[in-house]
Design a protein around this ligand. Sequence first.
Ligand SMILES: C[S@@+](CC[C@H](N)C(=O)[O-])C[C@H]1O[C@@H](n2cnc3c(N)ncnc32)[C@H](O)[C@@H]1O
Length: 263
Amino acid sequence: MDINELVAEIANSRKYASVSREVIERACVEASKKYKKKKEVLSESKKQLHIIYESFLTKNCQSVARKKIEEYSGEDMANDKSFSKELLALHVSTKERLDSVDEMYNFISQYITQECVLSDVGCGFNPLALPFFGNKPARYLAYEISQETVDLINLYFDRIGVVNYRAELLDAVNNFPTECSDVLLAFKLLPLLQQQKKGRAIEFLANTSFEKAIVSFPIKSMSGRNKGMESFYSSFIESNLPTDISIVERKVINNELFYVLKK
Ligand SMILES: C[S@@+](CC[C@H](N)C(=O)[O-])C[C@H]1O[C@@H](n2cnc3c(N)ncnc32)[C@H](O)[C@@H]1O
């Protein structure tokens, strides 16, 4: 089976056109190990891309957010919490936090200083929550697998007039952020890395350079059912952490379990 042909077919589809080719290719290679027929491999690859990426998007969310940012008529986008909430509501992951948005960003803000280099891997729309950050970091490096999301975040950074903030494409299954972070954010990302490559969640933490990391896990499924996820993810992280990483704090906020880690 010609993997390049499958990759091209998925990359030409409207849904996955903006996803990094590296990620599409991996989905196709993995699917081709399970199935023999082209139709089955295509369907399995798209299913995986749906789980790791598309299921978090609301309809046309990147273009809707882009239009809102371009047409913003307020005075101070960088501190406009109600505008930020409108944008956060467009992505399933940040929408899930809206009920506890102040509590959550107050919690993470304790660890983010004005001098710090902040990396946000698998960022989704999280950088658009900047108005809720107690301190704006000196540098913000946001990473995603979708070029459309990367372009959106860069547009936002540009419009709020920050220097040293940028978004880039990064597949965290095969790569690490190149710069050392004072604080690394990996919100609701580690289960998806595990889904794409067994063992990758811990390998990612072990080999990424950071002083502190704030990682989180969903403790309710997207359908709203609680399936023992809190105890599952607690024991996953607590029993697999490399010896040079310790737990600073553990906290549950609404439907999300947070760990602050230190290297
Ligand atoms: C559950 S969402 C969380 C988004 C954001 N961190 C938040 O909590 O609001 C997971 C995000 O990880 C991204 N993602 C999935 N696989 C990835 C990978 N291999 N490398 C980097 N990001 C990935 C998805 O595109 C998605 O935006």
